[in-house]
Design a protein around this ligand. Structure first.
Ligand SMILES: [Zn+2]
Length: 291
């Protein structure tokens, strides 16, 4: 489904917009540019028929880059810190921490299941660049935290922010792998809010045009709420496994299998790193204490 936002911008929405898919944005300027390629096969065929020049990935994740190779002879652009993870499947999977958390086989399965291979990136983007696409100019804004090279793109003239995985979903920010950084994520959410966009097109929510300021704050606060729950649980020393069992991220409704346990532990690990840095938590042996 291709929905016009104005004469130059279109929201591209597949039937599913949660992982492993996302909402893409088509820019019809002097060049035809797609922001994120996490669309279905059918939508990718339709876009290929239109003739694209460039695909820009907001970041390396599969749900934002899955169709890079199926859109015809396009150039792929991405921030220089995430380009290595698109170019190399080995780099891609190393960023998820499967090896670090003793789940290497799970990582191999992840690559195989999604069919992730090495793929080209033709141009590396930098913070502050202005992409002049004819009738639309997009400012590249580096917004790390979700991934090291995550970027949002701002059409300043129309006040439209293409926010990728600063996605304003009720689920909240996703940072369950070792290449995330919570302090950066919080700063990046704030950076987006300060742009005062009139309209946001997010990677898993689509068009957001109401209560934008409050939604950015609520999105940020969902990180802080989880942090408070971890601190409250640390009235007694706990291991990362015990903290993972709090199921702060996927909740009690999902089966607590080894896959979910892996993500829960990594999410808690990200919080613990931040709390240790702040001097609010200490680690001794394999236990975490409140200071
Ligand atoms: Zn992502």
């Amino acid at each position: 489904m291709i929905i016009p936002v104005n004469r130059y911008l279109y929201v591209v929405q597949s039937e599913q917009i949660s992982f492993p898919y996302c909402v893409s944005v088509l820019v019809e300027g002097s060049q035809r540019v797609l922001i994120d390629s996490g669309c279905s096969q059918e939508v990718a065929s339709e876009l290929r028929g239109r003739g694209l020049d460039v695909v820009i990935n907001t970041h390396f994740h599969w749900d934002h880059s899955r169709q890079n190779q199926n859109l015809g002879p396009v150039e792929v652009w991405c921030h220089h810190l995430d380009a290595p993870a698109i170019r190399s499947a080995e780099n891609f999977i190393a960023r998820y921490g499967f090896k670090d958390f003793g789940a290497e086989d799970m990582g191999k399965m992840f690559l195989k299941y999604h069919g992730i291979e090495d793929r080209p990136v033709h141009r590396e983007l930098n913070d502050g660049e202005i992409l002049d696409l004819g009738q639309v100019c997009l400012r590249v804004i580096h917004t790390p935290g979700h991934t090291p090279g995550h970027c949002v793109f701002f059409d300043e003239y129309h006040g439209i922010l293409l926010s990728g995985d600063i996605d304003l979903t009720a689920w909240g920010p996703w940072y369950l792998h070792i290449c995330s950084d919570l302090d950066d994520y919080i700063s990046s959410i704030e950076k987006c809010r300060e742009l005062k966009p009139r309209l946001v097109i997010s990677g898993h929510k689509g068009i957001v045009d109401q209560d934008i300021q409050a939604r950015f704050l609520a999105y940020r606060d969902s990180i802080l709420r989880k942090e408070e729950k971890i601190l409250a649980s640390l009235q007694q020393p706990l291991s990362i496994e015990e903290l993972g069992a709090l199921r702060l991220f996927y909740g009690p409704q999902n089966q607590f299998d080894s896959y979910i346990q892996f993500w829960e532990r990594q999410g808690v690990y990200m919080h613990l790193q931040r709390l240790i840095k702040q001097g609010r938590v200490m680690e001794e042996g394999n236990l975490y204490y409140r200071t």
